[in-house]
Design a protein around this ligand. Sequence first.
Ligand code: PHE
Length: 348
Amino acid sequence: MEYAHDDVRHVAETLFARIDKLENPRDILRAKEIGELYARLRTLNDDQKATFGAEVNSLKQALRKEVSGRTSVADEVRAIDVTAPMDVNCSVPNFLSHEAGSEHPITKEIALITDIFAAMGFTVEESRELDDQYHMFETLNFPKGHPARDDYDTFTTVQTDADGEGFVAPAHTSTMQNRILKKYKANLEANEAIAAIVPDRVFRNEDLDARHEHTFYQIEGVYVAKEVTAGMLVATLQEFLQAYYQKELDVRMNPYYFPFTEPSFEFALSCPFCEKAGCKVCGHEGWIELLGCGLIHPNVLKAAEIDPTVYTGFAFGCGIDRLVMMKHGIEDIRLFHSAKLEFLRQFA
Ligand code: PHE
């Protein structure tokens, strides 16, 4: 049989013209003309096979590219019938290919945030997804029955620990403060600071809306050395936020209350969008309340056997979702866990 270069071109023209008429553009990949070209391939001699084969393959590739430009990734995935009887010989289902996936925006931003703090000398620790009430409350100067425990309403297990208390899904990353202080206490003896951050997941029993999720992310910061001041806390946070938003920003601190810091502050940032003029993002305030912070309470240092008459420190806890929402103008926090591809692919 003849080597038929023109035939491939002819088939290409026919198929590209046909795509528009198909309800599912993907069907073009199963067109009978392609089968015929492959059938012809088998009749050719080796030399002709190589050239002709390459042409047919590149036609298929061009068609695939055209199809994927026209279909959304979600269309390519066929639903799996989970009720069907199990067939051990079934083919692998058509999952999203790994190239179609991308890092979650929160994962990306955590990497960025971590880099900024690492450059300032902070080490990174992970939190836990289940913790005990000792770390959630006692080590943080919330004795049993302390009313401020109610501000951290979270999920509790029925199973109890040695103290007879249920385990909790941590409502803040501050649960790691005591562990960090103990782990890095030797730094102080070597005349170095304890400097660590904990970017991780936290949980609260919330009524869900555009600004509240039951599962979200926080970044905790802990810094202890000799003669640490609130000025150092402000400078660290300002430095971080300016690096994160790539902008000069004003900060504002209001007195607040946390059992584990004294004094405690609520920290606001001049709105990076309107620069204090007032806009939708900041609710026309010009300022955005961003995080809680303060100087570490002496009882918290004592719980880790650090002498508060020698050492002082600061701590802060900041909602990561909020930072990211502000950075990208995301209006609903629930999008992060929605698994909506249209949302996630904007950050690919
Ligand atoms: N853990 C506090 C919260 O989530 C924030 C905080 C952290 C405040 C560290 C002070 C110091 O509400």
